[in-house]
Design a protein around this ligand. Structure first.
Ligand code: ADP
Length: 186
């Protein structure tokens, strides 16, 4: 599924984000940036040690990465030149500002990509794996944040791709984008 938002193409695909050829791919990291399971493990395995070395230098310089923030490193051996690492919220039932933190994670990645004049970026489904965020709610925030950013901000981004690992998550993101399309036609 793909749509244009202003001058940027937004697409939703099912696949492995480590194989994406966009300028950057986003990593759903944890605040210590030392590597974990899920998409984080896959990115470090595919990208090689240069990514982790740069993550360690960042942590030594600025301390742990707060929830909702983002930093950029090399893409190492990946096709993508950069990895944008962000920390999504852990789901605690929804009363701990999880939605705000998740929105911030997407927003900070988009800002960082724009600041670095990137033309394209791929996102995984942040927080919906080990961090337990309900997929439908996360999809609405992910799609909503990207669409509002592209409508409101000047950006170098020509393409934003959501790369979802499983069909259930892919379906959920497609539905969320459809809701936005219906809304903007109304
Ligand atoms: P979090 O800790 O933020 O929840 P996870 O990595 O546990 O992050 O899960 C986030 C999402 O990334 C899940 O939907 C998971 O299925 C997905 N995922 C795992 N590996 C990959 C991959 N190689 N490419 C794209 N998505 C992936």
């Amino acid at each position: 599924m793909e749509v244009m938002v202003n001058k940027t193409k937004v697409s939703i695909v099912q696949g492995d984000i480590t194989r994406q050829g966009t300028d950057a791919i986003v990593n759903a990291a944890n605040s210590s940036l030392v590597g974990g399971g899920g998409v984080d493990g896959a990115i470090h395995r595919a990208g090689g040690p240069a990514i982790l070395e740069e993550c360690k230098r960042i942590i030594a310089r600025q301390g742990r990465l707060a929830t909702g923030k983002a930093v950029i490193t090399t893409g190492g051996n990946l096709k993508a030149r950069y990895v944008v690492h962000t920390v999504g919220p852990i789901w605690h039932g929804g009363s701990g500002n999880e939605a705000e933190f998740l929105r911030s994670a997407y927003y900070e990645c988009l800002k960082l990509a724009t600041g670095n004049k990137l033309a394209s970026i791929s996102f995984p489904s942040i927080s919906t794996g080990a961090y337990g965020y309900p997929v439908d709610e996360a999809a609405e925030i992910a799609v909503g944040t990207v669409v509002s950013f592209l409508k409101e901000q000047a950006t170098s981004l020509e393409e934003v791709v959501f790369v979802l690992f499983d069909s259930r998550t892919w379906q959920s993101y497609c539905s969320a984008l459809q809701v936005y399309l219906n809304r903007s036609e109304a």
